[in-house]
Design a protein around this ligand. Structure first.
Ligand code: IPE
Ligand code: IPE
Ligand code: MG
Length: 236
């Protein structure tokens, strides 16, 4: 009997290794990103079947804007195409789409497409798929601090009222539970500015496979690993 038999309510994934996957095959990095979109489809459907409530995917970080312009442009085009292709599938599978991050930095056309799908899928309840786009954990925390400081300066709140709950309510993830399981592919053992506040007690599973190779069976394995963990939350 696993120590922790239930399916994680919220799974967050740092989808890493697309470029290396392509390089190993002598292909342009974009090809890795393209096949990586297949992994997204597979993992999303698997989460619906398993009854996972929230799946958060780190698709583009605040720091990824610093990549060469051609790669940024290609990633934005791929995101746009992904949203175009997936709109129908999200409806059919009753998936609700959300986004976290500085989405105002995305190209206007892509942002409009994203916002339309978010509005159109708002009532769906099979899974909430959260795309982290132009997302940085430090940026998110700074924004929350700024919004609380502005309210305090305007006399709307007393600084003494600021507690963990009020702070969390100003994050992009305000309405979501914290991730239970954090998966990173490609073997890298770092967090890379992802969900810094929210992962305080997430169980981390680092998978050596590169993201374009990650499929349902790999997700099952990561969940089994999670179920073997003993979550203590600082207790005994
Ligand atoms: C992850 O793959 C996708 C994004 C960060 C957009 P990478 O592009 O980081 O691929 P590697 O890590 O260079 O192999
Ligand atoms: C993290 O991967 C960001 C995403 C997966 C979107 P990176 O490839 O950007 O992270 P580092 O540079 O290896 O830390
Ligand atoms: Mg990477």
């Amino acid at each position: 009997m696993p120590d922790h038999p239930e399916i994680p309510r919220h799974i967050a994934i740092i989808m890493d290794g697309n470029g290396r996957w392509a390089k190993q095959r002598g292909k342009p990095r974009l090809e890795g990103h393209r096949i990586g979109a297949e992994s997204v489809r597979a993992v999303t459907s698997a989460c619906v079947k398993l009854g996972v409530e929230y799946l958060t995917l780190y698709a583009f970080s605040s720091e990824n804007w610093n990549r060469p312009e051609a790669e940024v442009r290609a990633l934005m085009a791929l995101l746009d195409q992904f949203l175009k292709d997936k709109a129908r599938e999200l409806h059919e599978q009753r998936i609700r789409l959300l986004a976290i991050g500085q989405i105002e930095r995305l190209p206007a056309k892509t942002r409009a497409r994203l916002e339309k799908i978010i509005a159109d899928t708002a009532d769906h309840d099979a899974l909430t798929l959260v795309l982290a786009l132009s997302y940085g954990g430090r940026e998110e925390i700074v924004e929350a601090a700024r919004s609380l400081a502005a309210d305090a300066a305007a006399g709307k709140i007393d600084p003494d009222e600021i507690d963990k709950e009020l702070f969390a309510s100003r994050l992009h993830t305000a309405a979501m539970p914290d991730p239970d399981l954090l998966i990173r592919t490609s073997g890298e053992m770092r967090v890379s500015n992802f969900l810094l506040w929210q992962i305080s007690y997430a169980e981390m599973v680092i998978v050596p496979k590169l993201w374009p190779d990650f499929r349902d069976a790999d997700l099952d394995e990561a969940i089994e690993e999670y179920q073997r963990r003993h979550r203590r939350f600082g207790g005994l």
